[in-house]
Write a protein that binds this ligand. Structure first.
Ligand code: IPM
Ligand code: MG
Length: 357
C-alpha cells in the first residue's frame, strides 16, 4: 500500500531521532512491499527562524494532504523569551487544533529488559506498569479564553479558562472506552470534581458514556489522588482518561515511573485515520547533534502510526518486536544504560533495530 507522510523533524534532537525512524519505515516498506512517501516541513523554532512563525501555513497544508504526520520535537532556549503565541510550543498547539487531533494516547509501559530502570521500589513495580493515558488534546485550559487585565483595585492580573463542552467530553470518553475494550477493560477518569464545575460536567458525561460499554469498569479519581496512586500502586491503572492539562501532568508522571521516558511514543488522533505521532520526550537541546539521543520513542511512534493510521498491525508489531529484541540483546543508548549493557549512539541504535527487521 502507499501512504503519504508529513515529516516534521523540528528542533534539538528531533532531526536525529527522526532520521532513525525513517530508516525503520524504509525497512518496513521493503519487507512488506509498501510505499511510504515522505515530505518534510518545518515546525517550532526552526520555522520561527525561517518564517518568523512556529507553524507556517505551508506546513499545516502539507499535513492536511498527508495520511499521517511524524513529528520529532520542538523548542529550545533560543526561543524561550518570545511572546506566548510566537513560541515553538504554539506550533505544536496549532497543529493539534488545525488537524482536529483531540485524543492523545500516551502508553507508559515497563519493558522487561528495562525493569530495573524504574525509580519506584521493586515491590511496587513487581506487577509491572502498563498504562494508557488518554489525554484530551484540543480543549480545556490550553485553548480557553486567556488574557491580562488591569482589574482595578487588585492591579494587573492574568487569567486562563478551563471549559469543556458535552460533545468534547463524549468523544474523548468514547475513545478511552474503545481502547479499554482491547486492554484490561478498566477506565479511570481523572478530574477535580470536588472543586471545578467543568470537572463535574466531565464526570457526568463520562458516566453516561460508560453505559455504552457495560464490560468496562469505570472509576473516578480526583487528580491529586491519581498523582499519588500512580506512585503508590501503578498496577491499578489500565486506561486513564483526563483533561488536557491534567493529562499533560499525569502523562509525564506515568512515563517517569517506567524509568525510560526516552522509550515512550505517543499518538494524537482525530475522527478519521489521520494522526500525528511523536515521542513523549522533548527536544533535549543539551545533547542535540551528539549522537546520544534515544531514537526508540520515535521509532515506536512510527509503529503506532502503522497501527492507528494505516491499519498495518503486523508491520507495527514487527517494529515493536525488533525494539524488544535489540533491548534483550543488551544494547542501550546512554539514557537507559545500566551495568553490563552495551552503550550505542543514536544512529547505531537505529541500525540495530533496522537489522532486526
Ligand atoms: C506535551 C508538552 C506540550 C503540552 C508543550 C510543549 C506545549 O508538554 O506534549 O506534553 O503541554 O502539551
Ligand atoms: Mg507535557
Amino acid at each position: 500500500m502507499r501512504f503519504d507522510i508529513a515529516v516534521l523533524p523540528g528542533d534539538g534532537i528531533g532531526p536525529e531521532v527522526m532520521e532513525q525512524a525513517l530508516k525503520i519505515l524504509d525497512a518496513i516498506a521493503l519487507k512488506y512491499g509498501h510505499e511510504f512517501n515522505t515530505k518534510e516541513a518545518l515546525i517550532g523554532g526552526c520555522a520561527i527562524d525561517a518564517y518568523g512563525e512556529p507553524l507556517p501555513q505551508d506546513t499545516l497544508e502539507l499535513c492536511k494532504k498527508c495520511d499521517a504526520v511524524m513529528l520529532g520535537a520542538v523548542g529550545g532556549e533560543k526561543w524561550d523569551t518570545l511572546p506566548g503565541d510566537k513560541r515553538p510550543e504554539a506550533g505544536l498547539l496549532g497543529i493539534r487544533a488545525g488537524l482536529g487531533l483531540f485524543a492523545n494516547l500516551r502508553p507508559a509501559v515497563i519493558y522487561n529488559a528495562l525493569k530495573d530502570a524504574s525509580p519506584l521500589k521493586d515491590d511496587i513495580v513487581k506487577d509491572g506498569i502498563d498504562i494508557m493515558v488518554v489525554r484530551e488534546l484540543t480543549g480545556g485550559i490550553y485553548f480557553g479564553k486567556r488574557g491580562r487585565t488591569d482589574a482595578g483595585e487588585i492591579g494587573e492580573a492574568a487569567f486562563d479558562t478551563e471549559m469543556y463542552s458535552v460533545y468534547e467530553v463524549e468523544r474523548i470518553a468514547r475513545k478511552a472506552f474503545e481502547i479499554a475494550m482491547s486492554r484490561r477493560k478498566i477506565v479511570t477518569s481523572v478530574d477535580k470534581a470536588n472543586v471545578l464545575e467543568s470537572s463535574r460536567l466531565w464526570r457526568e458525561v463520562v458516566t453516561r458514556v460508560s453505559k455504552e460499554y457495560p464490560e468496562v469498569k469505570l472509576n473516578h479519581m480526583y487528580v491529586d489522588n491519581a498523582s499519588m496512586q500512580l506512585v503508590r500502586r501503578p498496577e491499578q491503572f489500565d486506561v486513564i482518561v483526563t483533561t488536557n492539562m491534567f493529562g499533560d501532568i499525569l502523562s509525564d508522571e506515568a512515563s517517569m515511573i517506567t524509568g525510560s521516558i526516552g522509550m515512550l511514543p505517543s499518538a494524537s488522533l482525530g475522527e478519521g485515520n489521520m494522526g500525528l505521532y511523536e515521542p513523549v520526550h522533548g527536544s533535549a537541546p543539551d545533547i542535540a547533534g551528539s549522537n546520544k539521543a534515544n531514537p526508540l520513542a520515535t521509532i515506536l511512534s512510527a509503529a503506532m502510526m502503522l497501527r492507528y493510521s494505516f491499519g498495518l498491525e503486523e508491520e507495527a508489531k514487527a517494529v515493536e518486536d525488533a525494539v524488544t529484541k535489540v533491548l534483550d540483546k543488551g544494547y542501550r543508548t546512554v539514557d537507559i544504560a545500566s551495568e553490563g549493557t552495551t552503550v550505542v549512539g543514536t544512529s547505531e541504535m537505529g541500525q540495530l533495530v533496522r537489522d532486526e527487521i
